[in-house]
Design a protein around this ligand. Structure first.
Ligand code: HEC
Length: 202
């Protein structure tokens, strides 16, 4: 009896020691094989069940990822029925302007400069052709929705900032571009009465 118990203990020990992670050329022992080896299709593999033979199924037309319905054309495209929005589709307040300034200085200033002169570091280093200053008449005449769309989609050799800048921040930046357009070419009558100061530089 004693030797049988010893035998069992020794076998158990030997079995356990083989589970301790030593390298082995042998395939692992599958105690419950149907859990370890389930029938499945791996990415890019083929599947004769479908007429096109692809295991990976294309998305059904019109499918929308959760949280990406983006029904509001004005908010997401900057235009409704082909007409650019005149103003951002949210309240424009100091908070939005401050956010716009911060985001502009991060994402746009490298090329367009903090003033909007479009002579930022990247341009000085030889980016060709250089972009026009944002406060020239061409940029000034654009509607807010068009400025939004330029950030979202890019234009010419300006890349899209869709992946880096979320929708609300794009609109915030638009308000800051407007600030630059207003301030860089301001006339003295643009300064509210009572707040003008003498220009120190002649
Ligand atoms: C990598 C450099 C680069 C960055 C960064 C960049 N732009 Fe541009 N941008 C350009 C270039 C180049 C053009 C000219 C594109 C064209 O018309 O071919 C341009 C054009 C524009 C125009 C149109 C100006 C006009 O009068 O036609 C606007 C508005 C604008 N950018 C805004 C922005 C804003 C806002 C950001 C930040 C989110 C930004 N850009 C970031 C390079 C850049």
């Amino acid at each position: 009896m004693k030797s049988a118990a010893f035998g069992i203990a020794a076998t158990a020990l030997a079995l356990l020691s083989s589970c301790r992670g030593q390298p082995s050329d042998q395939p692992p022992v599958n105690v419950v094989p149907d859990m370890d080896m389930q029938p499945k299709f791996k990415a890019q593999s083929s599947n004769p069940f479908f007429a096109d033979g692809r295991a990976m199924r294309p998305l059904v037309p019109g499918v929308v990822a959760v949280g990406h319905l983006e029904e509001d054309d004005g908010m997401f495209q900057g235009k409704v029925d082909g007409v650019w929005l005149e103003r951002p589709p949210m309240t424009v307040d100091e908070k939005l302007l401050a956010r716009g300034e911060e985001r502009y200085n991060i994402f746009c200033a490298p090329c367009h400069d903090k003033t909007g002169s479009s002579n930022g570091t990247v341009i000085k280093r030889g980016f060709k052709p250089p972009p026009p200053a944002l406060y020239e008449d061409h940029g000034k005449a654009m509607k807010d929705g068009e400025l939004y769309a330029i950030i979202a989609n890019g234009r010419g050799n300006m890349p899209s900032y869709r992946p880096q800048i979320p929708v609300a921040d794009r609109w915030a930046i638009v308000t800051w571009v407007r600030v630059l357009q207003r301030s860089q070419k301001a006339k003295s009558e643009d300064v509210p009465a009572g707040t003008q100061v003498e220009n120190a530089t002649p």
